[in-house]
Design a protein around this ligand. Structure first.
Ligand code: G1P
Length: 289
């Protein structure tokens, strides 16, 4: 069995075009779902999968992400003085141990493959996770933990997938499978944003991966792909010539928070899933309808 998956790369540099103007001054992955930023949920998911080090790939103007994961003596001091200890605990819940987070500037928006490549020195020579934080996953067993279990079972590289809504497959990375039996299947191919009608399956890459470090050499010299960007999907397809890839259809629900309606659905779903909020949220939604 290969080495343990200890580190996760979180590319967060995207502009958030579909959630502007909200994402103009607040990095899109800091937008709230109920009362916490999207990133809070994703970091929690990663911790549940045993991740110990978080590598954020950021862009210009995203310093708020570092600040969110840093102590804030002023706010914490006021909450402590006022005895608001429950809110204080909530504010501190997301804080890492010092040294558990790295922030890397992508410097140019050249694509997801380029963003992941920027993490090469911090990851080094070990398997690692990639998490696309736009995709918020609600699952009984954390989505990344399901991917890590699959990795512990079959090794190699794991790509989390799910069925695309009808007519939407061309918007995503799509996988081809050797056969389809159960949720974990060997892959034979993948393609980024296939032309409509040419999709090899309806299973799209939903934003959680376990990858081997050899991907970095491939991403370094890779040509541009769909949209003129350096695509992670193309890099993985290349790595598949020498290493195994399995697709895992995870158990849970994905909310695309990079999109207005996805963000709205995530807010509703996560409010309804919170025991202390569920009744009031249900009542509020009923009134609105
Ligand atoms: C990226 C990946 C794609 C994946 C998608 C999931 O695309 O390249 O393979 O299906 O995320 O959200 P993007 O959304 O950046 O166009």
């Amino acid at each position: 069995m290969g080495a343990r998956v200890r580190k996760a790369v979180l590319p967060v540099a995207g502009l958030g075009t579909r959630v502007l103007p909200g994402a103009k001054t607040t990095p899109k992955n800091l937008l709230n779902v109920v009362d916490r930023p999207i990133l809070s949920y994703v970091v929690e998911e990663a911790r549940a999968a045993g991740i110990e080090h978080f590598v954020f790939i950021v862009g210009r103007g995203q310093g708020a992400i570092e600040d969110y994961f840093d102590a804030n003596p002023e706010i914490e001091g006021i909450l402590e003085a006022k005895g608001k200890l429950d809110i204080l605990a909530d504010v501190r819940r997301d804080l890492p141990q010092p040294g558990q987070m790295s922030f890397i500037r992508q410097m140019a928006p050249l694509g997801l493959g380029h963003a992941v490549w920027c993490a090469r020195d911090v990851i080094g020579d070990e398997p690692f996770a990639v998490m696309l934080p736009d995709m918020l996953m609600m699952a009984r067993t954390a989505a990344l933990a399901q991917a890590v279990s699959a990795y512990e079972q079959v090794g190699g590289n794991i790509v989390v997938v799910e069925p695309a809504p009808a007519g939407e497959a061309h918007k995503y990375g799509i996988v081809a499978l050797e056969g389809q039996e159960g949720r974990l299947n060997r892959m034979t191919g993948m393609v980024e944003k296939p032309a409509p009608g040419t999709e090899p399956s309806n299973l799209f890459i939903s934003g959680r991966y376990v990858l081997q470090p050899e991907i970095f050499q491939i991403l370094e010299s890779q040509d541009r792909g769909a949209g003129g960007e350096i695509q992670l999907t193309d890099g993985m397809f290349n790595l598949m010539k020498t290493q195994d890839f399995h697709a895992l259809e995870y158990e849970g629900t994905t909310y695309d928070c990079g999109d207005k309606l996805g963000l709205l659905r995530a807010n509703v779903a996560f409010a309804l899933a919170r025991p202390e909020l569920a009744d009031a949220a249900r009542q509020a939604i009923r009134e609105l309808l």
